[in-house]
Design a protein around this ligand. Sequence first.
Ligand code: PLP
Length: 397
Amino acid sequence: MPKTIHLAAIPNASRLTLSEMAPSVLQSEIRAMSVECDAMGGINLAQGVCDTPVPAVVEEAAIQAIRAGLNIYTRLDGIASLRQAIAAKQQRDYALTYDADSEILVTSGATGGLHAAAMALLNPGDEVLLFEPFYGYHLNTLQSMRVVPVLVPLAAPDWALDVDVLRAAITSRTRALILNTPSNPSGKVFTLPELEAIAEVAIEHDLFVLTDEIYEYFVYDGAKHISPATLPGMKERTVVISGFSKTFSVTGWRVGYVTASAKWLPSMAYFHDLTYVCAPSPFQHAAAAGLDQLPPSFYTQLAADHQSKRARLLAALRDAGLEPSVPAGAYYVLADAGHLPGKTAAEKARHLLARTGVASVAGSAFFRPGRGEDLLRFCFAKQDKDLDEACERLRKL
Ligand code: PLP
């Protein structure tokens, strides 16, 4: 006999609801612009998709790895040859010594790296300092873990750091600081005096520093990328996060890494394993081949190529009356669109798309509510022909 269900026992309010953390608005402004841009056959300078060519050795090594059957799970912290290549790269570029067996974790992109690091080091209710303008994933990753991002505004137009503003944001709950240098969206490259000031604060208040260095090779006009891990007293408290998405133009491959003290790294590996198991195996082999085989000139050429793309876009934005702030690194430009029709940056971006067929991102995506409404972000990591076409269209504004 079927069990009788007493209707009175069913609560009126169903418990089938989304979690407290699930966002009510799902589509990001950046993706929304990309969709609208595709629909009208426009040129997308909104998303940092990076459609420049993949270095031949990297591409070939991926194909070879798949053909050689290197398609199964790897060790949870990544294949040995890639961990060794990352250790050698950190030594070569920054004189940072990491043990390939205990201090390097290969991750599913820098994104997976940040997630694993935050899971391992932060507790719900902790406060984490985040410079504004910020990269949305940094903010959202913290919030998804019930960690509280505390925004520290950088001053326009050159996004200079005011150490007093940084100090004023610290409370007894502050546990870490997220740094992104070179930075998306501002292109800011933190200088040595700024990093020294940040290091002083981090040491004084015993903070972790999570540093996203995914644009480490995209630096212009002689600017130098400095990892905060290189500063005295900083290595143990600093978690370096980077990856190959941008350097090798393989954003869809999902290979990045974290370097950190062996005190913290196994816990990060544990959390990364829970979500991703490992980074894609053949692409780990390809990244190792790239690190081992590409000459130093590859990295200088990468910066030179993007400096020339930056110059093209800056000139077009000035001609269009969209005054840019000149980025010292990364591959985005924030430009002043204050005079374009529309109350919000999202409306201004839509106006620009309708008038010129060029998609940009509303500056408000990178600031607290109410800020960034006069700014638009443009990405210049595009094939030259597409970038030139976009520049020509912008000039028609
Ligand atoms: N970090 C920053 C600052 C970025 O701008 C991006 C991509 O736009 C990423 C991380 C994503 O890196 P990955 O593809 O390695 O996850």
